[in-house]
Design a protein around this ligand. Structure first.
Ligand code: SF4
Length: 437
């Protein structure tokens, strides 16, 4: 088979991956085959918000496909590359080849951070170590939302649980209540479990990356952030933004080269260097627009040297998520609302919501009422809306009924809650939308 045909087959295989790999398809689809021929690698990262099972499947399939694609690309005859392509084809640029001494670039990063860093409530002064608990909570929250959204959540959370011990002694309901609206509730549950483990071991964080990684619920990114910012270990805290920035800074195409390339920059304050990368990535080196003329790294940046002015990067095509359909039951009586506590495992596990039909229907169909609700004579449709999860879109119909009194239902997970006390229940955004009507 011709190498180009083999590549075509690889692309077709990627496009046929099952729905749990929508992330992989989306990431791949941003890269054209032409780009691939030039770079010699697909350089696909798996996303960090998949469950461990999904992540393994996703990574295995991508590694397999990328290896096949790389082999096929090797056999494609190519003419001599242009000077610009030659620069881009490199997988790594050693410091010996670079005209910039690493200690100078490291100094620029530290100086920039000392004067221009974003002032955020979880940060310590430049040159000092942070509290590992504060790094852990803030970085976990930042993995799922923006800095601006995180700030009030972080402040409320730390006010309620200022230490590992306070968090370990909290109930799941208290933690979920402060997490409601942030999404990815499994992370909140894991925070609580990990705090309980830490507390059972004396309440102290392990001080090395290797030992932090042994804690359940602390992934590699969070562990590197804690190790560098709280314990001064020279490791790169590499999320998507930092990966993007470093690839552009050194004009690399292979993310596996990043750690080696950046390691000389991390001394003597790795936490500051990591946070400088985070800030510059967020402020200047954004996904679709690099504001090179304003960026403090532009005198050192190979991508900036190859381009003049701002650089625009094409956005990958929007991911098509499957749609599922559900009906929620909004039932009130005597100033109370009927809530259901969801099963502890699974999506939105342990949180409260309205009683609902199953969320597995891929087509709109006649409502199947739960047995306990079949005798309610009158329903009114009060709302229709869509809510987007990581892997699918849920289209919701809300049916409303008013009962004369709070009748007991034979469902142990259903409770009547006075409207005035709703704030004390962890009710995710999805159900708050339904109540707004
Ligand atoms: S100079 Fe441009 S491409 Fe380079 S790191 Fe800064 S914003 Fe990114």
């Amino acid at each position: 088979m011709q190498p180009r045909d083999e590549l075509g087959r690889v692309v077709a295989n990627l496009q046929a991956l099952p729905s749990q790999n929508m992330h992989a398809q989306r990431r791949f689809s941003g890269r054209s085959l032409v780009q691939f021929y030039r770079h010699g690698s697909l350089s696909i990262d798996t996303p960090d918000d998949l469950s461990p099972g999904e992540e393994n499947i996703c990574r295995d399939q991508l590694v397999l496909l990328e290896n096949r694609a790389t082999e096929a690309a090797r056999d494609i005859p190519q003419g001599p590359p242009s000077q610009r392509e030659e620069g881009r084809m490199r997988h790594s640029v050693s410091w010996q080849e670079s005209p910039v001494p690493p200690d100078r670039l490291a100094q620029v990063l530290r100086d920039w951070y000392a004067r221009n860093r974003r002032l955020l409530p979880w940060r310590a002064s430049p040159g000092t170590l942070q509290d590992p608990y504060i790094v852990w909570i803030s970085e976990t929250m930042l993995q799922q939302t923006s800095v601006a959204t995180t700030i009030p959540y972080f402040e409320r959370f730390i006010a309620a649980f200022p230490t590992v011990r306070a968090l370990a002694q909290a109930s799941l309901e208290e933690v979920l209540c402060l997490w409601q609206g942030l999404g990815y509730y499994a992370r909140a549950r894991r925070l609580l479990q990990t705090a309980q483990i830490l507390e059972s071991q004396g309440g102290h964080f392990p001080t090395t990356l290797q030992d932090l990684l042994k804690l359940p619920g602390i992934g590699r990114y969070t562990a590197t952030a804690i190790a560098s910012m709280a314990f001064g270990e020279p490791v790169l805290a590499r999320d998507t933004n930092v990966t993007r920035l470093v690839l552009r800074l050194f004009s690399l195409t292979d993310p596996t080269c990043i750690e080696a390339q950046v390691s000389p920059l991390l001394h003597p304050h790795p936490g500051d260097t990591n946070q400088a990368f985070m800030d510059i990535g967020a402020l200047y080196c954004r996904a679709h627009r690099a504001s090179c003329p304003a960026c403090p790294l532009s005198p050192f940046c190979r991508t900036s040297q190859e381009n003049a002015g701002e650089i625009l990067f094409a956005a990958p095509p929007k991911e098509q998520k499957p749609t599922r359909y559900a009906t929620f039951f909004h039932i009130s009586a005597e100033g109370c609302l009927l809530l259901e506590q969801r099963p502890p495992q699974g999506l939105l596990g342990g949180l409260y919501g309205l009683p609902t039909t199953a969320w597995d229907s891929e087509q709109e169909q006649a409502v199947v009422f739960p047995e306990a609700l079949r005798l309610i004579p009158q329903w009114q449709e009060s709302a229709q809306f869509s809510h987007t999860f990581t892997h699918f879109r849920l289209h919701v119909h809300v049916l409303q009924a008013q009962l004369p009194r709070c009748v007991p239902f034979a469902c142990p997970s259903w409770i009547w809650v006075p409207y005035a006390q709703l704030a004390h229940y962890a009710l995710p955004t999805l159900f708050r939308k339904a109540l707004r009507g």
